[in-house]
Each structure stands twice: as C-alpha cells, then as structure tokens.
Design a protein around this ligand. Structure first.
Ligand code: AMP
Length: 231
C-alpha cells in the first residue's frame, strides 16, 4: 500500500556489515506520534444510486486497504436509532426518500472525519450527493492537506436496483427500501442532484465508472483494478 511503501526500512536488509540479523520492529509514523504524510493517504468516494452496492463494496475496501468507512446513510440511521434531534430531523427527509439538507449532512460528515484522526484514509459512501457537498468536501479535505483520490461509480439500471432494494428491505426492515414510490423518489433525487457530480469529478480526472452488475466478487475485482492503477 502506498502509505507503507514510503516507510519501508526493511528494503536493504540483510545489512552486509552485521553478522546476526536483528529483528526490527517498525512502527508507522502515526504510532510513533509523528504526523503521517497526508498526501499518501487514500480518500475514495463511492458513487452510485441506492442499491448499487456501495455499502457491500465499502466493506471490502475497508478491509483490503485499511480505510475508514463513512456512510452518511448509516450515520443518519445511527442518530435515528438513538433518538437524537439530528436523527429526528433526518428521518423526516429519509421517510420521503428525499435528501437531508446539505449543511446538516456536511457538518455531520466533517465531525465524523474529525473523530477519526488516526485513519489512514476514508471511503465516503453516499457522500457527496450534491455539488454543494462535493465542494464542501474538497474544501474540508484541503484544510487538512488531503484530497479526494478517486470517485468510483457503481453503475446499474434502475429496474435491477429496484429489485435489489425491495429484497434488501425485506431483510433489513429499512422503511425506505420497502416502498416502490419512495425508492423511485430516491432515484429521482439522484438523477437531479447527484448525477451532476459525474461532471464535477470528471473535470478533475477523478471519475472511474465500474459495472456494478454481477457477483460481488467480480465487482470487487473491477474496483481493485481501478485502485491498482491510481497514480
Ligand atoms: P443511503 O443509506 O446512502 O441510501 O441513504 C439513506 C438516506 O439518507 C437517503 O435517502 C437520504 O435521505 C439520507 N442521506 C444519506 N446520505 C446523504 C447525503 N449525502 N445527503 C443528503 N441526504 C443523505
């Protein structure tokens, strides 16, 4: 992984001047209390309509690349479960399949990032969903000397997604996954407010489209290839 290569001090071992090998226990800079080189961190945006598989693939990315997974949908659901005022507010929008207002979402996301200073990088799942959120994310990351490394879009057709979401709703009990009208409203929200982000990230040469149809394992492979080819 990029982050570790930078600090690989074992590359010149065995040392020609030593007779007995010494085991070097190497601690990464964060554990030694030094500031990590933030330019080497990976920040991924997972992009795609509801049901495209962002959450599933984020789990794989999290384990494989050691990144912190931040899903704004999960954060809102956590607030709803805990009956916070933010949860109450978010629920009134989520129940309609509508997006939660930008500033509320941005503040929650920034707080979540700030609560994980030790993270080697983040997977932003379901954020940004509007141009205002994308601009806020860029500014926020820049203030920490970080930037979005890549936006990976999982592509799938609405009818396939509708079937997936209704199935998921039966298992998870998520109310917004159990009603076709709400699901279609979420697709409309995506088309109107989130789809324009494709151009936003394409203009920065950071947009990678991945076919989201197929076995989970196949989609994983496609994403892994994109990450392996990042500059
Ligand atoms: P998700 O779990 O990503 O499908 O999100 C579920 C719901 O949470 C969405 O339909 C929105 O109501 C809300 N939500 C999640 N992320 C955002 C976001 N970035 N901006 C606004 N609303 C969001």
């Amino acid at each position: 992984m990029i982050y570790w290569q930078k600090y690989n001090i074992n590359r010149d071992w065995p040392c020609p001047t030593r007779k007995t090998p010494v085991k070097i226990v190497y601690l990464p800079p964060v554990n030694r209390g030094l500031k990590p080189n933030l330019h080497l961190m990976i920040q991924l945006v997972l992009f795609g309509k509801p049901g495209a598989g962002k959450g599933t693939q984020a789990e794989f990315l999290k384990e494989t690349y050691g990144l912190k997974h931040l899903s704004t949908g999960d954060l809102f659901r956590h607030h709803i479960k805990n009956g916070t005022s933010l949860g109450l507010l978010a629920q009134s929008y989520m129940d309609q399949g509508a997006l939660v207002p930008d500033q509320v979402t941005i503040d929650m996301l920034e707080e979540a990032v700030d609560q994980t200073p030790e993270a080697k990088g983040f997977i932003f799942d379901g954020f940004p969903r509007t141009t205002a959120q994308a601009e806020a994310l860029d500014a926020f990351l820049a203030s920490k000397n970080m930037k979005v490394s890549a936006t990976i879009a999982l592509e799938a057709h609405d009818e396939e997604l509708l079937v997936r979401l209704l199935e998921r709703g039966k298992i998870s009990g998520r109310p917004d996954d159990q009603d076709e009208t709400k699901i279609r409203t979420r697709f409309d929200e995506y088309n109107q407010k989130t789809a324009p982000l494709r151009n936003y990230y394409q203009a920065q040469n950071k947009f990678y489209s991945v076919d989201g149809i197929g076995a989970i394992e196949e989609v994983k492979q496609r994403i892994a290839e994109v990450i392996a080819n990042l500059g």
